[in-house]
Design a protein around this ligand. Sequence first.
Ligand SMILES: *Cc1c(COP(=O)(O)O)cnc(C)c1O
Length: 364
Amino acid sequence: MSTVPMNDLRRAFDADGDALRAATLEVLDGGWYVHGPQHAAFEQELAAFVGVEHAVGVASGTDGLELVLTALAARCRRRTVITAANAGGYTSVAACQSGLNLRFADVSPDTLCLDAGEVERLLDDDVVAVVLTHIYGRLGDVDSLAKLCAEAGVPLVEDCAQAVGAAHGKRRAGAFGAAGTFSFYPTKNLGALGDGGAVVTDDHELADSVRRLRQYGWSSKYKIGVPDGRNSRLDELQAAVLRVRLPRVTERNARRRDVIARYRAAGARSVQVLAAEGEHHVGHLAVAICRDREAAQTALAAAGVASEVHYPVPDHWQPAFVAQHDGRSLPVSEDAANRALSLPCFPEMTEHELDRVCAVLSTL
Ligand SMILES: *Cc1c(COP(=O)(O)O)cnc(C)c1O
């Protein structure tokens, strides 16, 4: 019996195979491989898609976070980043790389994204930025957090790695805060054929800072204007692939929501599949909150259905970060780490695969 996989990147490639082959061949034949015409065009197209002035290509989502935090910290003497502990640790890794301290706020039980009330209690005059991860593809409470941050004079950074295209009113993820970051890791909703990332913002100075930091700190060629620069570039091949895929991301996001709707309708009693309904959710992951996760995982595995935990260890318990945490418990984040289970979810899933997953869910 074949396994229903979490994802199948080969099928995603085949969905646009001809266009992807043509686009990559054009780059190979063109002889320009880094920061050329594909990259410039993709930056413009991504900015237009998000609805902001600037998109800056970088080498990964984590780099995007790190460069944005480095750029924001260079503007002030503040040293602390407030973020959630249930979001896979990417922001924490980036903040440490930027030489900043972490302060973890709990998430809301409704969204599993940062809770505005929790953030408010933790804000003080050492906070460089609040980083909101739109986890599992669901837009966080952007209205409350943007308002809170604006009143406190603290930039809100959105980690949109899982939420490309998630919309609220006329705006899309990445356009609510001072900046947004994206990852184009192959399994993301907008995935490259390798690593990639971007930073988006309406702030000209911030965009310029990130552009300098991504290329050695150069203010112009061979002139190193700012310290803390590095090499973090999005190459032409990845940019060309992303240009093929960006126009289809909205349709593929809808397909992911359909997959999740099927799972919710399957009638499981001991697991609750989180809703992904409406434009504010792009269905990056199909996550079930389980009464008994191990039992659910065992039943799925026995039926040949893959599953995975996003994420088993909250940041404040990670060996790398535990020393930075003051010991407060973060009950909602901890509960999610104990009970969340991700099910297969990708746009090219077959009816037969969906039926097989639903059949197991109906027994749980
Ligand atoms: C994948 C991911 C990242 C990191 O992106 P990379 O491109 O792998 O560095 C950051 N944040 C979230 C929420 C992610 O899912």
